[in-house]
Design a protein around this ligand. Structure first.
Ligand SMILES: *Cc1c(COP(=O)(O)O)cnc(C)c1O
Length: 393
């Protein structure tokens, strides 16, 4: 039985009837840009994540770009961001004219390493973009402390983590802005591109609303130069249907991850870090990995609610590509997020270079396996069996 890495139809087709009805409703309304459905969707998401304002936009990328524009970041400014993330985080910084300054990450939770961030501060540093990678919150206590001490703005890139929490608070609701993506492979996957920006600050929200639509207020009067970052009514209406199921999707992802961990950790050569605290410290890294270690499982820290956008394993001893080929041959979907850290991307060749050893190591070691909500027990068992077969050889 093949096990795809993601199966969007398994999630969407059971909702087909309701989605079609929703489409008809929007069709008949004749209103396709923004509007009531969008506003309802914004309040529902804002409430779910615990933020005051939700501002839906055209994509997760545009949410980050808009946040940077609202905060007035641009040429001459430096913005800290992890190197081990999806391109959009840094791409948006560069597009404003500001300089992305790449920071290394924790080998256990894959999120920004604040000690390393401190070493990269300069008089030009104006903001930091922590990414809640793979569905788990970055250490927001440390991020907010750094921001407070150095007067930095904070944009949380929650594209992969909508609904995840850090010490009980929704990710995205802690910094100046939080951003989410509704790209089909994200946990709240839409029917095309879409994204959202959240904030608790009234003035920032107002400026974001204006910049979302060409800096226009009132109509045809432009106080600022914005863009077209608007959201489609249809996208919002369809996403509202899925939002009602969202808690179930999350619980199933969490159950899948828990099952993988329970079964895989029993195998010899498979280890998992202590979930009680972040493993940035060199020492924990050393103690975790011994001579016979082959795989390192991902961890959900006790203070976080992880929503498992990806279940990402580290494959040691240079065997990642071999494991990828093996699983692929057995019909098990898998992929590497991300094979090239951003500080090594060609488009950033012009930036000053420092080695980021953890990001570089992870790019060579990581593999993500299927964790989507609709996986059956048989499928999960098959994934586990094939991983076991691989490490036995
Ligand atoms: C997907 C993603 C984005 C961009 O979202 P889009 O909706 O695809 O534009 C940004 N940051 C991270 C970490 C992502 O995973």
């Amino acid at each position: 039985m093949p096990v795809p890495l993601l199966d969007v139809n398994a999630q969407n087709l059971p909702l087909q009837e309701e989605l079609i009805k929703t489409f008809e409703k929007v069709l008949q309304s004749g209103r396709f840009i923004m509007g009531e459905e969008m506003e309802a969707f914004e309040s529902e998401v804002a409430e779910m994540v615990g933020a005051k304002h939700g501002i839906s936009v055209s994509s997760g990328t545009d949410a980050i770009l808009l946040a940077l524009m609202v905060l007035g970041l641009g040429e001459g400014d430096e913005v800290l961001c992890p190197s081990f993330t999806f391109f959009a985080t840094a791409g948006c910084i560069a597009r404003t004219g500001a300089t992305p300054v790449f920071v290394d990450c924790c080998p256990v939770c894959f999120n920004i390493d604040i000690e390393d961030a401190k070493s990269k501060l300069s008089s030009k540093t104006k903001a930091v973009i922590p990414v809640h990678l793979f569905g788990q919150a970055a250490n927001m206590d440390a991020v907010m402390e750094l921001a407070y001490e150095h007067d930095l703005k904070v944009i949380e890139d929650g594209a992969q983590a909508i609904g995840a929490t850090f010490r009980g608070r929704g990710v995205g609701s802690i910094g100046d802005f939080g951003t989410y993506s509704f790209f089909p492979s994200k946990n709240l996957g839409g029917f095309g591109d879409g994204g959202m920006l959240v904030t608790n600050d009234d003035a920032l929200a107002e400026k974001a609303l204006m910049l979302r639509n060409h800096g226009m207020s009132p109509k045809y009067y432009h106080k600022l130069v914005g863009g077209n970052f608007r959201c489609d009514a249809l996208q919002a209406a369809l996403l509202r249907v899925k939002l009602r199921e969202y808690e179930t999707y999350t619980q199933r992802r969490q159950a899948n991850a828990a099952y993988y961990i329970e079964q895989l950790v029993k195998l010899s050569g498979v280890v998992q870090a202590d979930p009680s605290h972040c493993g940035c410290a060199e020492q924990q890294r050393q103690q975790l990995i011994t001579e016979g270690t082959q795989l390192v499982l991902p961890v959900s820290y006790e203070h976080n609610e992880h929503i498992w956008n990806q279940f990402t394993i580290r494959v040691l001893n240079g065997k990642r590509d071999a494991m990828k080929a093996f699983l692929t041959e057995k019909g098990i979907g898998c992929d590497t997020y991300y094979p090239v850290p951003l500080h090594q991307q060609e488009c950033f060749d012009g930036l000053s270079k420092t080695a980021l050893p953890v990001s570089e190591m992870l790019a060579e070691e990581v593999i993500s396996i299927p964790v989507y909500p609709e996986l059956s027990k048989e499928q999960k068992d098959e994934v586990i069996t094939e991983i076991q077969n691989f490490i036995k050889n």
